[in-house]
Ligand binder design. Structure first.
Ligand code: CP3
Length: 318
């Protein structure tokens, strides 16, 4: 999940000098931002500082940020012509800054900390691209899915190739594992989840899973555990709305689980965080394949002492 960012004073200091895009597109700066949370909290894993939307940009649909929050794509993907224009060829060259960042981070980590690469799922990218940015309710991708299946498939074929290539590039550059963010998977009705999202992730997972462990995060997908297991992911990330032990019981044992702590707890106090971290650890006591993590990214409002409390509680748990 996201761990770098606005909750860290050292990140805010860099943001005063450089835009977000400059930070992610300059390998030295992206490596530095990746390392900031590791220096402070000594997590077991780092995640490359980038964004899922760099793929959209490399395909020809740039993005920026709205004042007051949210992402704005430069234009809305509307027609078959817009979709045809998305340019998968040469995309990897345009994303070379990510490939250059990875060995810099690995060198600094010195083998002590795992490094995760990532990409958005084809479905989640399609939502941002068809909507033209962040939206209160994402409806455009669903409309295309239900009303023009051929064009939907054309777009998903392109995004699946793009995401596959992007992850392959990150694996070649030296990440230890990859995570696919299907942050908008939970918006789908359960009966179409597989067709609209799961199926495409399965293709992405199958191209990576023999090389590195693959983690799939599908937020809010309460009914879709079997479809998620079918993607072939080694690890599923779980949001905070479900009981982790129940999900464990539903899934075949080789699949590991991570996540589940409500990120909003990081706005409370170290004592509250400790109690809730313990609750999850107790619930999973004796179960193999549990990686402690948040159920989504670290919020900008997170208090640093609460992140410390989380790490200390996990590390000292017997
Ligand atoms: O922690 C890390 O170092 C990893 C970096 C990371 C970012 N985005 C950096 C970022 C990761 C893994 C992401 C994934 C991402 N980006 C997702 C999937 C995961 C999720 O959170 O659901 C999505 C949907 C995006 C697209 C995106 N990027 C959104 C919707 C926003 C929020 C805009 C806002 O105003 O809050 C971003 C911006 C973004 N990406 C930030 C960071 C640190 C905040 C940028 C800032 O204001 O400094």
């Amino acid at each position: 999940m996201r761990q770098a960012g606005r909750c860290l004073p050292e990140y805010r200091a860099l943001k005063e000098k450089h835009s977000f895009l400059k930070l992610i597109q300059t390998p030295e700066l992206a490596a530095e931002v990746t390392l900031q949370p590791i220096r402070r909290f000594d997590f077991d894993a780092a995640i490359v500082f980038s964004d899922i939307l760099v793929v959209s940009e490399a395909l020809g649909q740039p993005f920026s940020f709205r004042d007051g929050g949210g992402v704005q794509m430069k234009f809305v993907l509307r027609s078959g012509r817009d979709i045809e224009r998305l340019n998968v060829d040469g995309m990897i060259e345009r994303l070379q800054y990510v490939a250059q960042t990875i060995p810099m981070i690995q060198k600094a980590l010195g083998g002590r900390t795992a490094l995760l690469g990532f990409a958005g799922s084809p479905w989640t990218l399609a939502n941002f691209m068809l909507e033209g940015g962040s939206a209160r309710e994402f409806t455009a991708a669903k409309t295309l899915f239900y009303s023009d299946r051929r064009l939907f498939i054309r777009l998903m074929e392109k995004l699946t190739s793009a995401v596959t290539e992007f992850l392959r590039m990150q694996i070649d550059a030296g990440v230890d594992a990859v995570q696919i963010f299907d942050s908008l998977g939970g918006n789908l009705a359960h009966n179409v989840f597989d067709e609209a999202s799961g199926h495409w992730m399965t293709r992405v997972v199958s191209s990576a899973k023999d090389r590195v462990p693959v983690i799939v995060f599908s937020k809010g997908t309460n009914g879709n555990w079997e479809a998620l297991a079918k993607t072939g992911a080694h690890v599923l990330s779980v949001d905070w709305t479900v009981r982790l032990a129940d999900i464990r019981a539903r899934l075949p044992p080789p699949i590991a689980l991570q996540g589940n702590l409500d990120p909003a707890l990081l706005n409370t106090t170290p004592e509250v965080v400790e109690a809730q971290v313990r609750r999850i650890l107790e619930e999973m006591r004796g179960q193999d394949g549990h990686i402690f993590n948040l159920g989504h990214g670290v919020p900008p409002s997170a208090k640093l002492e609460n992140i410390q409390s989380l790490v200390a509680t996990v590390r000292s748990f017997l």
